[in-house]
Design a protein around this ligand. Structure first.
Ligand SMILES: O=c1ccn([C@H]2C[C@H](O)[C@@H](CO)O2)c(=O)[nH]1
Ligand SMILES: [Zn+2]
Length: 142
């Protein structure tokens, strides 16, 4: 059987993971003390990072994934190759439901999400696996 092609190169994954893990340091999480870092690789080859930013009004806080995607989109990026998310726990955390929908807006079902645990090991899942039967721009005819 032919090997499944990796969606990104080993070198890209090395940079992506290093940046996501480093981004944990930028987290503002005085309430949960749960640091999350994220990094996106754009189709144009740029890396955009994010971290969770909490708020005294707890529900107002934002996850690392949405900070990263929002930052990338306002910088003009609309096309993305991969996302890495890093936490300090084991097994690795996966994006919350709100983030899955947020990410889905800018990705398709084969988009890979690499999830790193606190020891630097990862699991990878596609957006189609994380959010099956999703609702997206196409459902509005966009
Ligand atoms: O995938 C995740 C899961 C949680 N968080 C944040 C939200 C909150 O600040 C803290 C605890 O839930 O972690 C993320 O940023 N990404
Ligand atoms: Zn989230």
């Amino acid at each position: 059987m032919a090997p499944i092609d990796s969606p990104i190169t080993a070198q890209e994954l090395e940079i992506l993971s290093t940046k996501a893990i480093a981004a944990k340091e930028a987290a503002y999480c005085p309430y949960s003390k749960f640091r999350v870092g994220a990094c996106i690789l754009t189709t144009s080859g740029e890396f955009v990072v994010g971290a969770n930013v909490e708020n005294a009004a707890y529900p107002v806080g934002t996850c690392a994934e949405r900070v990263a995607f929002g930052t990338a989109v306002v910088a003009g990026h609309k096309s993305f190759k991969a996302l890495a998310v890093a936490t300090d726990i084991k097994p690795a955390a996966s994006p919350c439901g709100m983030c899955r929908q947020y990410i889905r807006e800018f990705t398709n079902g084969s988009f890979p999400v690499y999830m790193y645990d606190g020891e630097g090991s990862y699991k990878v899942m596609t957006m189609g696996e994380l959010l099956p039967d999703s609702f997206g721009p196409g459902d509005l005819g966009i």
